[in-house]
Write a protein that binds this ligand. Structure first.
Ligand SMILES: Cc1ncc(COP(=O)(O)O)c(C=O)c1O
Length: 636
């Protein structure tokens, strides 16, 4: 792009009586340095703020260059400064930044600074060593300028995108808010790597000369000097900076539809962010530099880091290597796969079992193997997405019955008597509500109609029943035809399984596409799940402890005026509005508690909630602390 010729940074700063008037910088090839210097000097001399008495042009050979793709740009039209600030707040909240009113109050402090304020996003402590000067983001340009030309004049818009793109790449910076210091320029922006560059057309009052910027930081303190070094020294060229206005031959035309769809997702408060967890799963985790109390994990029995489970996996890695090398139909099973299947069948009390790469694949794999065109699948309206996808892929007729309503199920089964096969499928524990399937009536209804019965025990295995065997043990009743489960939750590993008759499992080995056409689980993962199952059998107190902790969280919340229910490890805390749920989750993070906001499409629109999940090893004190934090977060 820049060819082999070296690049130079050309910087201009203009001031009068020592007060800053303007500044700009370009990164260009040697041949463009004279023209660029001239253009920048001309720009300094003709600045609307007045003529400078000191113009400095500095030319330096560029250091190592980092190439970054431009942040995508979107515009929010706002009519007043108050509306603009509210929009900025809403956008930042969807990115997990909670103390917005206080952050905006700090914004006033930045107006007199030459650089930006580097603010801890959670404690609001200022992190830059020189408070009067702030942090300057420099050494950056639009890659286009380095590629071809001299400075192509002034383009505040492109310069701001370049700056925002560099800032979002700085270690630990999670977002930026910026308002221009030009009294007539009312447009500002917020930016983050997930939101992109969000222009807000009116964010301040006309005539107000105050402007500035804040970088919000979330990360370890030891990293702050590196963040500042990156902002102040690292050379960055930004590729693909969008031009204002539609451009018919813009290469991204084909991407426009995707961008619009994503914009709609953001607008609806449904943007998803993924945090980095720097520690093993467990009741506590180090997330982006902070130690948090975790009520978001499905590792209900705290087995993912159990030394016995870890050692079993390590032993299997040493003996069998890291990957399995292929589908079991082509490269065979390894002993840990076979041992785990025997163990699962014995644990669930079925003739046989078959493991899949994930729980998702197990659901899709069994439903599509059993049902096709001409068959009917009856599915509870709150079933998990992997069941829904299995139904869709099967091409069978799908009849959705009302949640846990066996009369509705029975009516619908009567209506599809003519179908070749009928499969009724339900979650055992409903994953976003924590309630249980009425299994005895489910079995009675499906048998009466001679339909296949299937339950998904993803959240039941290891949690329900005196010894954690699941929903059948909980109700002390018989089995459905198909018992699906996952190794990825209470068993602390990865993968899914189907338990059932020998006939069923033989059928799946021959007909289930996700089993046939996908590489089998690494043997170490099978060994880990096998060991976890042994721990569960030896220590049934874990299942009981999970249920006790869930009941105690519900009790503590009730004491604080928050009504909810559960029959499993999952405690849903209803919120309703999507953005409010995201803000509540962010406010919890600030209090050191990690509970995710669950929104559409995982649950119906307008029924957003906090989904707390307890573990066997949470202490009474932690449960009380979490309940208090939830109450505070919801009252904000
Ligand atoms: C009810 C239910 N079924 C199936 C799955 C999929 O399991 P896995 O995560 O192992 O793919 C999940 C996971 O979220 C689930 O909650």
């Amino acid at each position: 792009m820049s060819g082999d010729s070296p690049l130079y940074c050309v910087k201009m700063r203009a001031s009068r009586d020592g007060a800053h008037i303007s500044g700009a910088e370009k990164i260009v090839p040697a041949s463009a340095v004279p023209g660029t210097a001239e253009a920048l000097a001309a720009r300094a001399l003709a600045h609307p703020k007045g003529s400078p008495d000191d113009v400095r042009i500095k030319v330096e050979r560029a250091g190592e260059i980092l190439h970054l793709p431009s942040l995508p740009v979107r515009t929010y039209k706002t009519a007043t400064a108050a509306e603009g600030m509210a929009k900025a707040a809403e956008l930042l909240a969807s990115d997990g930044v909670a103390r917005l009113p206080e952050i905006f109050a700090r914004f006033r402090e930045t107006y007199a600074m030459r650089g930006a304020m580097l603010l801890d996003a959670d404690t609001l402590e200022r992190l830059e060593p020189d408070r009067a000067r702030g942090v300057r983001a420099t050494y950056m340009d639009d890659a286009e300028s380095a590629a071809k030309r001299s400075a192509s004049g002034k383009n505040h818009y492109a310069e701001a995108i370049v700056l925002a793109t560099k800032v979002q790449a700085a270690p630990g910076v999670i977002a930026e808010i910026c308002v221009s210091d030009d009294p007539d320029y009312l447009t500002g922006y917020v930016a983050s790597s997930t939101l992109g560059y969000c222009r807000i057309t009116t964010i301040k009052e006309k005539g107000d000369p105050a402007g500035g910027r804040i970088f919000l930081y979330r990360g370890p303190r030891e990293q702050v000097p590196e963040t500042i070094r990156f902002l102040e020294k690292q050379c960055v060229l930004v590729e693909g900076v969008p031009v204002l206005g539609p451009s018919p031959e813009a290469p991204e035309t084909r991407w426009r539809g995707l961008r619009e769809d994503l914009d709609a997702v953001r607008d609806a408060g449904l943007w998803r962010t993924i945090r980095t967890c720097e520690s093993a799963a467990g009741p506590h985790a180090r997330i982006e530099g902070r130690d948090l109390l975790v009520l978001s994990s499905n590792d209900y029995l705290d087995l993912a880091r159990d030394p016995r489970v870890v050692e079993a996996a390590a032993r299997a890695v040493r003996e069998f290597g890291t990957g399995s090398g292929g589908s079991r139909l082509t490269t065979g099973s390894q002993p840990p796969h076979e041992a785990l299947e025997r163990h699962l069948a014995a644990f669930k009390g079925t003739e046989d079992a078959l493991i899949f790469g994930t729980g998702y694949m197990a659901n899709v794999g069994v439903i599509t193997a059993i049902c096709g065109k001409g068959d009917a699948i009856l599915s509870d309206e709150l079933n998990h997405a992997s069941i829904i996808d299995g139904c869709r892929l099967s091409r069978a007729d799908v009849l959705v019955y009302r949640h846990n309503d066996m009369d509705d199920l029975s009516r619908k089964l009567s209506a599809c008597r003519e179908h070749r096969r009928r499969l009724v499928v339900s979650d055992a524990v409903f994953s976003m509500d924590g309630d249980l399937l009425d299994l005895p009536r489910f079995l009675e209804t499906t048998r009466r109609h001679d339909a296949f019965s299937m339950i998904d025990e993803a959240h039941a295995t290891g949690v329900l029943g005196a010894t954690g065997r699941g929903l059948c043990e909980h109700f002390s009743c018989g089995h459905p035809d198909i018992l699906m489960g996952t190794l990825s939750k209470a068993l602390g590993a990865e993968g899914g399984f189907i338990c059932g008759s020998r006939l069923l499992v033989d059928y799946l080995r021959n007909r289930s596409r996700p089993f046939i056409f996908s590489t089998s689980l690494p043997p170490s993962v099978a060994a880990a799940a096998d060991a976890a199952l042994s721990v569960l059998e030896a220590e049934p107190w874990r299942a009981e402890a999970v249920r006790r902790n869930a009941r105690s969280l519900v009790g503590e919340l009730a004491r604080l005026g928050i009504q909810t229910r559960t029959e499993s490890a999952i405690v849903p805390i209803p919120v309703g509005d999507e953005t409010r749920a995201v803000c509540a989750s962010a406010a919890l993070l600030e209090r050191g508690v990690w509970i995710p906001a669950i929104r559409y499409p995982t649950v119906a629109r307008g029924t957003a909630r906090l989904r707390a999940a307890v573990m066997a090893t949470h202490t009474d004190e932690e449960i009380r602390f979490a309940a208090g934090a939830i109450a505070e977060a919801l009252s904000q």
